[in-house]
Design a protein around this ligand. Structure first.
Ligand code: SAH
Ligand code: SF4
Length: 356
């Protein structure tokens, strides 16, 4: 992609209108462009037959529409998930995962390349932070997967549970969500989009006021501040009471149930008293709980609890009348499961080991 060319993907309607007007074209060209870019998936301006020829030439010399390239894709043995490695226009590579579950086809998108949050149990966290993805780069993952799916199938749900912390890249992520949900572009239903956060309290409150019907998942993962700070250093800044109160604000404002995510790690957060404390924490919050058995990662001594321990943990929660399904992540064999995303990355002659 020529870096002097403006990327029209990722511009919202108003921005696109100002752009076309800056070339003396009427506003409605923005709507036409949006339809070509998002609905027809066309990135060659010359093929946009309802635009005047001279404007097509201008666009070809001044603008571009980004596309991602799929570097590799791997299908899990149960055929239930596919992991894609995308090359971004700056050469960096991010991973996105597609999961099939009955009628549901869920795209798990990345919001950053790497992550600065340093959660001890997460491969992306261990990789470190490299960059925020742009709105276009987030949309490129969605559109790249859609293209791979072909005409018969399409993505029904989106979860921001790939690489990175979406609320640490707040504006581009929200803009990508709005573009995904715009009927003039992709037209996803807002309620089919879930944003998962490590617990950045100010952004959770801000998200409540976006007027979006998207779902929120909070990665809680521990029941005391001492334990959570060990696992997730961000807890020093935003401790449990603060993130739960922000999540409660979100639930009250939107009228939705929040989801708490709890990665269950053997001997670390799977004790009876953890389950009991979890019930107490849930008592004050309109929420449900997803229990995610830990997925093994490199360079970590953490282990998944055995099946009995997982069931016992769940039992305590459900006996207290809370909904708490166990979510075995799909795609473990292709390291596409929650927390396993990590890219082989070459920088200045240094190779970071990866898991692909
Ligand atoms: N940064 C966001 C979203 C990406 S992580 C967040 O932390 O919520 C998506 C989910 O994967 C989170 O709930 C996280 O707790 C979980 N996760 C991370 N590493 C994991 C692992 N090794 N096994 C299982 N789940 C993991
Ligand atoms: Fe980042 Fe989420 Fe992984 Fe924590 S769990 S390091 S916030 S991607």
């Amino acid at each position: 992609m020529n870096s002097n060319h403006i990327n029209l993907k990722g511009l919202d309607r108003i921005e696109l209108e100002s752009y076309v007007q800056s070339w003396g074209e009427p506003k409605y060209r923005a709507k036409q462009l949006m339809s070509w870019i998002y609905q027809k998936g066309i990135s060659d301006f010359e093929s946009m037959t309802n635009l005047p020829k001279s404007f097509r030439h201008t666009l070809s010399s001044q603008a571009t529409i980004s596309r991602t390239e799929i570097v590799t894709s791997s299908v899990s043995t149960d055929d239930k998930s596919i992991k894609y490695l995308f090359r971004l226009s700056d050469g960096k590579q991010v991973e996105s995962v597609l999961m099939f579950d009955q009628q549901r086809i869920t795209a798990c998108l990345s919001s950053q390349f790497g992550c600065a949050m340093g959660c001890q149990f997460c491969a992306t966290g261990k990789m470190g932070f490299f960059k925020n993805l742009t709105t276009a780069e987030i949309l490129d993952q969605f559109m790249g997967i859609e293209q791979e799916l072909g005409r018969e199938k399409s993505i029904t749900n989106v979860v921001f549970m790939g690489m990175g912390e979406p609320f640490a890249n707040y504006k581009p992520t929200i803009k990508a969500i709005r573009l995904l949900c715009n009927p003039e572009t992709i037209g996803m239903a807002e309620r089919r989009i879930t944003v998962s956060t490590v617990g950045l309290a100010p952004q959770i409150r801000r998200f409540a006021n976006e007027g979006l019907k998207c779902k929120l998942a909070l990665s809680l993962n521990a029941t005391t501040n001492a334990d959570r700070s060990q696992l997730m250093p961000i807890n020093f800044q935003f401790p449990i009471d603060e993130i739960l109160s922000a999540t409660k604000h979100w639930a009250k404002t939107t009228g939705e149930l929040a989801t708490l995510e709890y990665v269950l790690i053997r001997g670390i957060n799977d004790r009876t008293k953890d389950a009991e404390r979890l019930c107490q924490l849930m008592a004050n919050l309109p929420c449900k709980l997803n229990i995610i058995p830990f997925n093994e990662i490199e360079d970590s001594n953490f282990q998944r609890p055995d099946a009995n321990a997982i069931e016992n943990f769940q039992k305590i929660i459900t006996q207290n009348h809370y909904v708490a399904p166990i979510r075995f992540s799909k795609g473990n064999d292709i390291t596409a499961a929650c927390g396993q995303l990590r890219t082989i990355y070459h920088q200045a002659g240094k190779t970071m080991t990866g898991m692909i």
